[in-house]
Ligand binder design. Structure first.
Ligand code: CP3
Length: 344
């Protein structure tokens, strides 16, 4: 099987020679080629110029036997296009110049033609597809509504997103309105990526795990359902990653997605028994990649064997349980990918 065939077979739940492999944040700062690109171009330039985005996305494919590419972009393209002002300070997290705190802040969101201000993302997918042809699977992505809402309200990164979670309870109507608007932009953005050549899409709910199940049900889930209603009508394979979301797993089936990208703290066999027919992806701890290649090989093989024991390896994609950390040695990534590629 070649890479794209294997990736598509996993999405369909067909028999596999072995599960396909790709890695969250596979095209990041841990790669010297990416750092060299960033020495010449700003982060937003790499996202907004399809030729540069493709160069970043190809870096890991040139090095490792990966089965799929993820378009190089960022989840914060949505608040950027809404006019909130998003920047990345050197060595810090993102900063949002005009955070959402009041109804007047929401009314200032620039919804008119918002998708046209993110058209560089589907154009980056099209450029990537044109370069890769049918050799690799291609993933599009977007932030899940709650995580985007959390950044919009907080104004940047945070450990607990206290402002965002407070706003949900102080002004639930405003929170619902913002989540609904974000969901509609995200759905259209994902469909545009599918039209441009993405085989599947992933929603990153990096902060969804902060919510209690009832909060997730009341706020995050309805917004996800708006998205999956639109994508489901087009039969788009949709993966949902909720970092720290193990306590939410029983609920997440109601989101309407076709699969889950599991956090490293979730036990694969338990998730599989809850969701026998869903696509599951994951879930090696990215911190392991800071350790020894031997441990990575052993853990990766053990996970692949669990996939085989629980579903004959069907509906399974090998990945990390969160993104590759900056500072990860490229050699340990090689140990993981080689173990997956050689597994039979
Ligand atoms: O291969 C890939 O996955 C690259 C594409 C990609 C990026 N960001 C590039 C990026 C993807 C899929 C993302 C998703 C993303 N962005 C998430 C969800 C995944 C997760 O890690 O939980 C989140 C929360 C963001 C928001 C974001 N963007 C943050 C918090 C930061 C700064 C901190 C950091 O991790 O660097 C970014 C900037 C960013 N996005 C970089 C990259 C490669 C680093 C920018 C640079 O200095 O070059």
């Amino acid at each position: 099987m070649h890479s794209r065939e294997r990736f598509l077979a996993a999405l369909r739940g067909d028999a596999l020679d072995r599960p396909p492999v790709w890695l969250m944040r596979q095209a990041g700062r841990y790669l010297p080629g990416y750092r060299a690109l960033r020495a010449e171009h700003s982060f937003w330039d790499v996202c907004q110029k399809p030729e540069l985005s493709t160069r970043a996305a190809l870096e890991p494919l040139d090095r490792y036997a990966l089965d799929a590419a993820i378009v190089f972009s960022d989840i914060l393209v949505v608040p950027l296009a809404l006019g909130l002002g998003v920047s990345f300070g050197p060595g810090e997290g993102p900063r949002i110049a005009r955070p959402l705190r009041t109804a007047a802040d929401y009314d200032a969101w620039n919804l008119d033609g918002v998708l046209s201000r993110i058209d560089y993302l589907p154009r980056a997918v099209a450029h990537l597809k044109d370069t890769l042809k049918d050799r690799y699977g291609i993933l599009g992505f977007a932030g899940a509504p709650f995580t985007l809402f959390a950044y919009c309200v907080e104004g940047g990164g945070s450990d607990d997103f206290r402002e965002a979670r407070t706003l949900m309870h102080r002004d639930p109507a405003l929170a619902h309105q913002a989540l609904t608007t974000i969901a509609d932009v995200v759905a259209d953005l994902l469909l545009a990526q599918v039209d441009a050549g993405a085989d599947a899409v992933q929603l990153f709910d990096s902060w969804g795990g902060l919510l209690a199940p009832d909060e997730y049900r009341d706020f995050a889930l309805p917004a996800l359902q708006r998205i999956t209603a639109k994508l489901g009508a087009r039969k788009v394979p949709t993966l949902l990653f909720v970092r720290g979301g193990h306590h939410l797993l029983p609920l997440l089936g109601e989101s309407g997605v076709t699969g889950f990208s599991l956090d490293w703290r979730t036990e694969w066999a338990i998730a599989r028994s809850m969701y026998p027919g869903h696509l599951l992806q994951g879930n090696i701890d990215p911190v392991l990649l800071l350790g020894s290649p031997d441990v990575i090989r052993r853990r990766t093989r053990a996970l692949l064997e669990t996939m085989r024991a629980t579903s004959e390896g069907r509906h399974s994609i090998l990945n990390l349980g969160h993104g590759i950390l900056p500072g990860t040695p490229p050699e340990t990534v090689a140990a993981l990918v080689e173990t997956a590629a050689e597994f039979r």
